[in-house]
Design a protein around this ligand. Sequence first.
Ligand SMILES: [Zn+2]
Length: 290
Amino acid sequence: MKDKKTELISCPCCKKSESYPWAVENGFTAVKCLNCGFVYVNPRPVEFLINDAVKTGVHSDVDHNRTAIARRVKSNIPLYEKTIGEMYSDVWSEHKKISWLDIGAGYGEFIEAISRLATSDSKILGIEPMKPKVENALKRGLNIKECYLKDINEQFDYISLVNVFSHIPEFDVFLIELKKILAPGGEFFMETGNIGDLSSYKEVPSELDLPDHLVFAGEENIFTFLNNAGFEIVAIKRRRKDGFINFAKSIIKKMMGRQITLALPYTSKYRSLLIRAKLKKSTINGSINE
Ligand SMILES: [Zn+2]
């Protein structure tokens, strides 16, 4: 059927199909996998609608009156500078020229932080499919391209994916593509929330933003994806996101009529997971099957 807008899928993490409804937003349901706990939109918008949403920031068939999903958050720059400074202190202390690619760079806060940490002759590039974000970052002199991962033909020492995971329908496929442009001995960094580890939707500190966000992992789900793709964890940080500022923001959103649960602002198990991973030696030698 050509005009089909959604399709039923099995779990993008473990491929099993038993699940139960976990959250409803904007007319879409996120289900939780009975086997692995992964949370995913099901039925899911078909592929061309997802691609369209990535470019525009909103699904054309969803009427929730929100086109501007995010804006530049300047305070993220020193925050990432500190966190990535610590997590990669061994790299920075070598003062070596590196190459770093940030996928879904947005307004460029993350690559701005990397630029402050890396040597001045390092190559730092962000890619981002949303035009307004790219234009904003270019105006500030950042090296950002309006394109997708598949458009990149060179290799990078470090590749990062910061709060983009939930937009990627099939993360296993994504990691296969990513490995093609990872230099020998290269590393992967990602940040995403641990929604899959929460016992119920009530514990989500904000909204899930369905269906712009399609998938939500717990720690074990991320480990499974990375392990299957031949990565091992170098370091992991778990950052609280349910502090006072977030609570205040949630109250404002609630007053604007958004679907926010205000309960449990200080006791939620919600964490932002920051994961540094590298390819296992056996993978580099090519002995892990896909
Ligand atoms: Zn599953």
